[in-house]
Structures are given as structure tokens and as C-alpha cells.
Ligand binder design. Structure first.
Ligand code: ADP
Ligand code: ASP
Ligand code: MG
Length: 412
């Protein structure tokens, strides 16, 4: 029997009514002849609440216990959805990560899926089970402890199951009806895209468009999973949503496909470090060891053998970064006069495959920001994106101005 993966995000399982509504969708696909693997998130707001409790209890928490706590939200929705389906006379069973088992690395709070053996669930399907309701976002480490896959990780659970089971499609049901040219919460001019290339979606996701977790797009691209994003609130239709697909399957590429932003950034500057071979390794090695995800890096020109080193990281990692740098200083491996943290910045990016063949896209971005009087603090570019770090208070304005400048309201 063909298999379908259906993932329901937090707002789609926010209360019992929504779980009932999602279950009806699942029932439709069962009636269409599929064995369904449903992947559920925690009820919306639940994971944030759990993360808050962990931070309040222990600011530099043990990540194994963070995972023990924050993975629990998904267990509730998986059980409730299985019960609701059973009430509808559909043979359904819930599965926590360890029961499948979803085998992951031991990188707690940010683990990667290594394997999903299909035997246990296949055996139940063979026995007449129609729906496996899997708790998203969680797995089990080689040491036998519960892990989580990073925020938004249920998307990755869904795509990984689709790849492991050779599913016909992976449908991601969320609170918007597809992938837009930018977050529709920021501008009403945002347009839904019928299709978007894996590469573009990958960049948009990694630059902050949280509609899909980055790793889920990576997996879909690698295993060629047919990935669709659609709304759980609209009537079912074959044409609904956005198909994330190979570049060749898109007729015409826009120069810029979308604008992404990330609010949760911080800029840190080490003032006056020795400008010598090995200094970058001496700074960024300890940061990596401390689990700090460094993004943009700028090294100033040096004066009298000393320089300033600036980098950006998520602002909830500032404390970890400061501790790693103070420890490195105490051990004598680096020396600096001061460490300045600017927690009031945001990153805004434009993404598009068409940039490969169009010159002047970055210049147009910079002119647009100039015309709005927005100062750029750091810039990074790649073949298909340009990102800038700016004051957070201008973030919405920057996104709207760039959306206008690249005429994305005309996109489709
Ligand atoms: P879920 O709980 O279903 O996983 P998320 O909140 O993680 O949902 O992701 C959906 C949200 O992503 C939308 O409500 C929207 O605000 C945001 N978003 C950001 N960028 C985009 C984009 N380019 N297209 C669509 N949604 C976007
Ligand atoms: N509940 C988790 C989170 O909020 C995972 C997910 O929803 O994808 O990050
Ligand atoms: Mg999500």
C-alpha cells in the first residue's frame, strides 16, 4: 500500500477541536487508500513554555535534561491524535521517537537523525494499523537518552520518515497556505509561491523563514522527497499549497524569490585581539566547542598588530559565547581588551537562484536600504543570497522595502 506522511504543526493541533479537524484530514487520506504516517508537533506555545521553564531553572542547562523536558509536548499530541482517530474507527497507534526508534546523534537540543528502521511500524501496518502517529522533534541517542532535533524539528521528522518509508508525498500542514515571498505577517503584499526550488527554500529556511526547518529541506533535496506546504484550515485540493521541488521543475525563476529575516541575532565584537596566524582558530574553536552557532564574521584591518573581530550568533547564545571567550582569555589562548555584545540586531536576506545570472542585485539591495536610512552593520553573500545585519528596530521596514524594490508582489 502506498504511504503518505502528513505533518501537523503546533497551530494545527493547538486544542482538541483542531486535533479533531486534523484527524478528519487524515481519515480522508486513509479513505484514499494510503497507510498514513502522521507527524505531530506539540500544541502551539507548549514548547516555548517548556523551554522557558528549563531556562528559569538552569540558565546554562544540561542539554540532556533540556531534551527530557522539551520533548514531552509532542508525546501529548501524538497520544491524543491516536485516540481521536480510534474514536473515528480508524486503527491508529502513537509512537514516541524511542519506540520507532528514531536513531539520532547525541548532539542534545540539536541532534541529527541517523536512521529510522521501518520494521516496527511496517509490521503494524501489515497487521492492519492504518495510521502511525509519530511524536515529531524527538529521537534517541546511541546512549539511550531522548534527544530533540532543534526548534521546528518536526518538519525534519516528517521528511525523514517520508524518505525512510519511500512515501508518495510529505505534506506539511501549517497555519499559512504555502511558502510566501516573505513572511505574510510582515507585509500583506507577500505572495504565495506555487513552486519553489529546493536550493531557494534551503536558503530561506536557514536565513530565518521558519515555515520549514532547514534540515528538513536538506533531507528532502537529498532524498528527492515530494514536499508540499499547505494550510490545515483550508479545504483539501490537489492544487493547494506550495511544492518544494527541483530547479528544473520550475518554468521561470524570479531573480529574487523571497526575503527572509531573523530577529534573534546578536553581534559580538572582541576588541583588540592580536592579529597573528591562528587567532581565528583560537577564537572560533572554543565558540564551536561551547555550542555557539557563529554566522557572520568580520575581521577589521589591523593597527599595530591588533585588530577587532566581529561575529554574529543567535542572541540566546550570547551568555555561552561570553563564557567561552572569558575562559579562553583566562587560559591564555587569546587576549582581548573588551567583549561588546549588541543584542539589538536582526538579519535581513534576499534569496534567489536568478542572482547567479543577474548582476547588480546586491547593489540594488544596498540602495534600497540607503533610501530608507537604514545602516548596514555586516554583509555576507553567497551565489544565491545577500544578507545584512541591521538594527532590529528597522527590520520590518527593511523587509517591506526590499519586497517592494524587487517587485515581489507580482511573483507567483
Ligand atoms: P508550524 O507550527 O505549523 O510548524 P511555524 O510557525 O513553524 O508553523 O511556521 C509557519 C510560520 O512561518 C507562518 O505562520 C509564518 O509566519 C512564518 N513564515 C516565515 N517566513 C515565511 C514564508 N516565506 N512563507 C510562509 N510562512 C513564513
Ligand atoms: N514543538 C517543537 C518546536 O516548537 C518542534 C516543532 O514544532 O517542529 O520547536
Ligand atoms: Mg514549524
Amino acid at each position: 500500500m502506498p504511504t503518505l506522511v502528513m505533518k501537523f504543526g503546533g497551530t494545527s493541533v493547538a486544542n482538541l477541536d483542531r486535533i479533531a479537524r486534523a484527524s478528519k484530514r487524515v481519515a480522508l487520506e486513509v479513505a484514499n487508500g494510503y497507510n498514513v504516517i502522521v507527524v505531530v508537533s506539540a500544541m502551539s506555545g507548549k514548547t516555548n513554555e517548556l523551554v522557558g521553564w528549563v531556562n528559569e531553572t538552569s540558565p546554562l542547562y544540561d542539554a540532556r535534561e533540556y531534551d527530557a523536558v522539551v520533548s514531552s509536548g509532542e508525546n501529548v499530541t501524538a497520544g491524543l491524535m491516536a485516540l481521536r482517530l480510534q474514536e473515528m474507527d480508524i486503527p491508529a497507534r502513537s509512537w514516541q521517537g524511542w519506540q520507532v526508534p528514531v536513531q539520532t546523534t547525541s548532539a542534545h537540543a540539536n541532534a541529527r537523525i541517523e536512521a529510522i528502521p521501518t520494521d516496527n511500524i511496517e509490521a503494524k501496518f501489515a497487521d492492519g494499523m492504518k495510521v502511525a502517529v509519530v511524536a515529531g522533534f524527538q529521537g534517541i541517542s546511541p546512549e539511550g537518552r531522548i534527544t530533540t532535533l532543534g526548534r521546528g524539528g518536526s518538519d525534519t521528522t516528517a521528511v525523514a520518515f517520508a524518505a525512510a518509508f519511500g512515501a508518495e508525498r510529505c505534506d506539511i500542514y501549517t497555519d499559512v497556505d504555502g511558502v510566501y515571498t516573505t513572511d505574510p505577517r510582515i507585509t500583506s503584499k507577500a505572495r504565495k509561491l506555487d513552486r519553489i526550488a529546493f536550493e531557494e527554500m534551503l536558503e530561506l529556511a536557514s536565513l530565518g523563514a521558519k515555515v520549514l526547518q532547514t534540515r528538513s529541506v536538506e533531507l528532502a533535496m537529498r532524498y528527492r522527497v515530494k514536499l508540499r506546504v499547505l494550510s490545515s484550515f483550508e479545504e483539501p485540493s490537489d492544487q493547494a499549497g506550495t511544492l518544494v521541488c527541483a530547479e528544473e521543475d520550475i518554468m521561470e525563476n524570479n531573480v529574487v524569490a523571497g526575503v527572509a529575516y531573523s530577529r534573534d541575532e546578536a553581534k559580538m565584537t572582541l576588541i583588540s585581539v592580536a592579529d597573528r596566524p591562528g587567532i581565528a582558530a583560537a577564537i572560533f574553536g572554543p565558540l564551536a566547542d561551547a555550542g555557539v552557532n557563529v554566522d557572520m564574521i568580520v575581521q577589521n584591518i589591523s593597527e599595530e598588530g591588533r585588530t577587532d573581530m566581529t561575529f554574529s550568533c543567535p542572541f540566546d547564545q550570547v551568555k555561552r559565547a561570553q563564557k567561552a571567550m572569558e575562559d579562553a582569555k583566562a587560559s591564555g589562548s587569546i587576549n582581548f581588551h573588551d567583549l561588546v555584545a549588541d543584542e539589538g540586531v536582526a538579519k535581513v536576506s534576499i534569496v534567489g537562484i536568478g542572482m547567479r545570472s543577474h548582476a547588480g542585485v546586491a547593489a540594488k539591495m544596498f540602495e534600497t536600504l540607503r533610501d530608507e536610512g537604514i545602516n548596514i552593520k555586516v554583509i555576507t553573500t553567497s551565489e544565491i543570497k545577500v544578507s545584512v545585519l541591521i538594527d532590529r528596530k528597522y527590520m520590518e521596514l527593511a523587509v517591506q522595502a526590499l519586497h517592494d524594490a524587487f517587485e515581489l508582489e507580482k511573483a507567483a
